[in-house]
Write a protein that binds this ligand. Structure first.
Ligand code: AMP
Ligand code: MG
Length: 501
């Protein structure tokens, strides 16, 4: 009896009209080999990890397409740094297929770096190995931190060089996503005045990502556009939660363009992203972001701006009366501010160990701590992690920051301790809950860059694998961390991160 297919594909995007994508042909690479295979992720996708390691290489190198694959590259456009680029699309990626797991959940299996497509413009359709290593490490770390993200099923080194500033080894990442539909996918059709396609795409996303909206919406309301308003509200909600999650761990995406804003609410496109060390809302890592458009503290405003672009695409679907639709969108975007701050406050209250009902003083308590962290140039991650060791005054010996002894921080701690005692939580329980939301280790940019450099320059993947292991349990203190939880020492800091496509 022949073996079943390695993948259980059902390709719903390929059933959309042809103008949504272009079919993609094979662009084989010379001598591919696996750098990493994510066995746990394979298992959760109902892909046999042993077979994936033994038979999967040709598929994940893009050298052969699985029988049930319908490889395609998706059309999209987007605002990049505020400027509309009418045609982007998957210029170096192809969707191998949509995998159904044992629970019939659907995931895109996409190869990134697999060669030129109809959308490549002047690009070579390839990826350098370095960015593949970066995305593999950081996306998997984000998942372990409990943050919605695309994931990495495998990384392949192609055996071919690609030309960037110099010749560097090529790589291919197998990316797993709830889908790859972005705000930019809607914009692609909206700017072409293809309303039919916008509606098809909205219906597709509702079916795939927000099916409960269909049940919550009566048929007569549907024709009035309510379901599309609900769809917009649902995407707004998941995106707010996502960006608040980023901010809670000091993550800076770096290229929050509309084509990198996922309709399913996942973190997508790990380019010049990084985690902040010292707390400062102006922090930027991306070397192309010279004006700090996508700085840590700007991420809320940028999300709102991106959602306004999304609303523009959906406007005609909201109902017949265009004035009413505009008023509706404006109202939603006003509500955005409240929604965002509520979500932010919840998240940061938890980081401070406040799990009871909100009290008026809480906002100031958080704001004051952030100001002090900035004034004393304290590390964002370790400062929050410290708090669990500072619950009782006599316990403050195990902290990372000597700074806590300073009078202004001492006064803040007194206020905070008083506030925590207003909730009936014993100190050991409080400590446990705080340590479950304040990570001990995050992917520090200088470590990630070192792993990237060793992979790219020496084809040495040992640090990548080591970091990948450490980042898989970010809330636990294990014996194996050595200095990997610590911020860079003087001269070790990497402040510029390259997009590295
Ligand atoms: P990104 O910066 O990854 O969001 O990509 C922006 C756009 O540039 C997308 O349309 C990509 O497909 C395209 N792109 C990036 N790198 C390449 C490349 N090496 N070859 C072709 N297209 C690329
Ligand atoms: Mg992108």
């Amino acid at each position: 009896m022949s073996q079943p297919s390695l993948f259980n594909f059902d390709n719903s995007y390929a059933r959309l009209p042809e103008r949504f994508y272009s079919e993609t042909s094979i662009n084989p690479v010379k001598t591919p080999s696996f750098v990493a295979v994510n066995r746990d992720l394979a298992t959760s996708l109902n892909i046999d990890p042993d077979r994936l390691e033994h038979e999967g290489l040709e598929y994940l190198a893009g050298n052969r397409f699985p029988d049930n694959s319908k490889p395609l590259s998706q059309a999209y456009c987007g605002h990049q740094f505020g400027h509309l680029v009418p045609q982007l699309g998957d210029g170096r990626a192809l969707l191998l297929g949509e995998q159904l797991n044992a629970q019939q959940q659907r995931f895109d299996i996409q190869l990134k770096g697999s060669g030129p497509t109809l959308f490549s413009r002047s690009g070579d359709g390839r990826s350098a190995l370095g960015p593949v290593v970066r995305e593999y490490l950081v996306s998997e770390a984000m998942h372990a931190l409990g943050i919605s993200t695309t994931r990495a099923l495998a990384a392949v080194v192609t055996g071919e060089d690609v030309y960037r500033e110099s010749l560097v080894p090529g790589g291919i990442l197998t990316r797993v996503a709830k889908s790859h539909v972005r705000i930019g996918t809607f914009q692609y059709f909206a700017i072409r005045h293809d309303q039919e396609a916008v509606k098809i795409l909205a219906d597709y996303c509702i079916e795939r990502h927000y099916p409960s909206l269909k049940h919550a919406c009566k048929q007569e309301q549907r024709s009035g556009g309510k379901i599309y308003q609900d769809f917009f509200a649902a995407v707004t909600k998941v995106q707010i939660e996502l960006v608040v999650d980023w901010m809670s761990v000091g993550f800076i995406h770096g290229v929050m363009n509309t084509d990198n804003t996922s309709i399913a609410g996942e973190t997508i496109d790990y380019g010049p992203c990084a985690f902040m060390n010292t707390y400062n809302p102006l922090t930027v890592y991306s070397y192309i972001d010279s004006h700090g458009r996508y700085a840590y503290g700007n991420q809320k405003s940028i999300l709102r701006w991106n959602l306004a672009r999304f609303a523009e695409c959906l406007l005609p679907l909201f109902g017949e009366d265009i004035d009413k639709n505009i008023a509706y969108s404006e109202l939603q975007l006003e509500k955005f501010e409240d929604q965002f701050w509520k979500s932010w406050l919840d998240k940061f209250r938890h980081k401070l160990g406040l799990f009871d009902a909100e009290k008026e003083e809480d906002t100031n308590l958080i704001g004051d701590l952030l100001k002090l962290m900035q004034a004393h140039a304290m590390d964002f991650t370790l400062s929050f992690r410290d708090l669990a060791n500072l619950i009782n005054q006599e316990e403050n010996t195990k902290t990372f920051h000597n700074t806590w002894q300073k009078p202004d921080l001492g006064r803040w701690l007194d206020k905070w301790r008083l506030r925590t005692t207003k909730q009936a939580l014993p100190a050991d329980q409080l400590r446990k809950r705080m340590n479950a939301v304040n990570p001990f280790v995050i992917p520090r940019n200088h470590h990630v860059q070192q792993a990237v450099d060793e992979a790219e320059n020496e084809q040495d993947f040992s640090l990548m694998h080591k970091l990948n292991r450490l980042y898989s349990t970010p809330f636990q203190v294990s014996g194996d961390y050595s200095d990997f939880h610590l911020p860079p020492k003087a001269g070790e800091d990497i402040t510029n991160t390259f997009c590295g496509t």
